[in-house]
Design a protein around this ligand. Structure first.
Ligand SMILES: [Zn+2]
Length: 288
């Protein structure tokens, strides 16, 4: 289990699955060597065979007063998703084993509505897709909802509409304050209404990226789009702003698809090169 302490708040990663992908498979690049020649936080960010390990995980934020789940992976038994059909993982049991049974989740944040971020919103119970987190408010930005319902409403039928029907969704602005110390921040481009999630406590800060990047090389080269970006120019602009806002600030940047260790700091070296690296190991206990 990977977790990080941000002041008095704890963020846990709950892994669903990992799969090797070629750089040119997840990113819009012709450059097979794109990931080489950088120092990354772990070996799976650039593997010998030219792939990196794409991680699918959820992030739990425990402020002590609120339990917030950011994105809900692919889910079990999904037939109509790309690559990850009919998963049968222990993800929901793993969550309970952490001390977080589904009914104890207060808030589910959907950074955006791609299938690998909303899957466990529902699960199959007696043949019907049923809300997994019956006591949670589910936060979706208005922009994101309007985009998907106007363009591809069918993709939401199993994962989002059951929540709407059950009255469990709050449609919010992209700068919504979730609770004390946790807020959304607009990150459009990958999808029109995507958000990042900012966690602040006792003078420390972390930010969960959503899919504004699929690999940290996109911080170094913001113009490298993700394959699924709906607006590549806007996504690049969002990445530039993100780096300007968070590099060299001590902010822990937690990636929604980064392999282990899944978090690091953005720092400029003396020669101006941007690096994404592990925080200095001053207090390993508090940095998981
Ligand atoms: Zn996505």
């Amino acid at each position: 289990m990977t977790s990080w302490r941000i002041g008095t708040t704890v963020v846990h990663k709950v892994l669903e699955t990992e799969l090797p992908v070629p750089a040119a498979g997840a990113l819009r690049t012709e450059d097979a060597g794109l990931l080489k020649g950088h120092e990354w936080p772990g070996p799976d960010y650039s593997r010998e065979d030219g792939t990196y390990l794409l991680s699918v995980h959820a992030l739990l934020i425990d402020t002590g007063a609120a339990r917030i789940l950011v994105d809900t992976c692919v889910g079990n038994g999904r037939a109509s998703v790309p690559m990850l059909q009919m998963l049968d993982t222990t993800w929901l049991d793993d969550l309970a084993a952490l001390g977080w049974p589904a009914e104890t989740i207060d808030t589910v944040v959907c950074t955006h509505l791609h299938f690998d971020h909303v899957g466990w919103n529902t699960r199959l119970v007696d043949g019907a897709w049923t809300p997994t987190f019956p006591n949670a408010r589910h936060l979706i930005t208005r922009t994101e909802w309007e985009y998907w319902t106007a363009t591809e409403p069918g993709t939401l039928s199993d994962t989002v509409y059951p929540l709407v029907d059950a009255g469990l969704v709050d449609f919010v602005d992209a700068d919504h304050q979730v609770c004390d110390g946790v807020r959304l921040e607009p990150a459009p481009g990958h999808t029109p209404g995507q958000v990042a999630v900012v966690v602040e406590s006792a003078g420390e800060r972390a930010v969960i990226t959503g899919d504004l990047v699929h690999h940290p090389v996109q911080f170094v080269q913001p113009d490298v789009a993700s394959l699924a970006d709906t607006d590549a120019d806007q996504a690049a602009e969002t990445r530039r702003k993100f780096v300007a806002r968070y590099a060299d600030t001590g902010t822990l940047v937690i990636g929604t698809h980064f392999p282990t260790p899944s978090a690091g700091l953005l720092e400029h070296a003396a020669d101006g090169t941007l690096r994404y690296s592990l925080p200095a190991p001053t207090d390993p206990a508090s940095r998981g």
